[in-house]
Design a protein around this ligand. Structure first.
Ligand code: ROI
Length: 163
């Protein structure tokens, strides 16, 4: 079983509902278990500011799937939520599910880069991650708790519990 961390984000179509539905969908992925979930966080948009505020969370999953098979499952959940993948890398989205960490693996594939490139730069990833796994060490040796304590919080706040 691999221990995987998945980032959840939404800023369209009732973001709170989108994250709740996504958590239920994550709990139902085959050959996998949802083992932990952070609180639901309210966050300001990173990137263009002319888009709604976000809801973000981080889930911990144990899986027997390969990284690319898990990616397929996550993209299927995004599609079910109504997400259309187009050229809006920095724009608003109904649901974003990102593989942040996959055990201690370093993956460079055309479809998938792990650890996620934004992991150490994003308060809306580091703080939820530190909430559920403060002892976590990244493949490059960096410590999640220390990173989360040193990042600008940019108005990030806990909105509610998820489970
Ligand atoms: N900003 C926030 N606050 N949360 C996100 O999940 C998020 N996702 C993105 C970009 C557009 C970079 N900004 C974000 O993809």
């Amino acid at each position: 079983m691999a221990k995987v961390y998945v980032g959840l984000g939404s800023n369209l179509s009732d973001p709170k509902k989108q994250i709740h539905l996504a958590v239920d969908a994550l709990a139902n992925i085959e050959h996998s278990q949802l083992t932990n979930i952070s609180s639901l966080y309210f966050s300001r948009p990173m990137g263009p500011q002319d888009q709604p505020d976000y809801m973000n969370a981080v889930a911990e999953i144990s899986t027997q799937l390969s990284p690319l098979n898990l990616l397929d499952e996550l993209q299927a959940i995004e599609r079910l939520a109504g997400r259309v993948r187009k050229d809006n890398r920095w724009g608003a989205r109904i649901l974003d599910l990102d593989i942040l960490l996959f055990d201690n693996e370093i993956i460079h594939h055309e479809r998938l880069t792990v650890p996620h490139y934004g992991l150490e730069l994003r308060e809306f990833v580091l703080l939820p991650l530190a909430e559920i796994s403060p002892e976590l060490i990244l493949p490059n040796g960096n410590n999640i708790l220390a990173l989360s304590q040193n990042i600008e919080t940019n108005g990030l706040k806990i909105h509610s519990k998820l489970r």
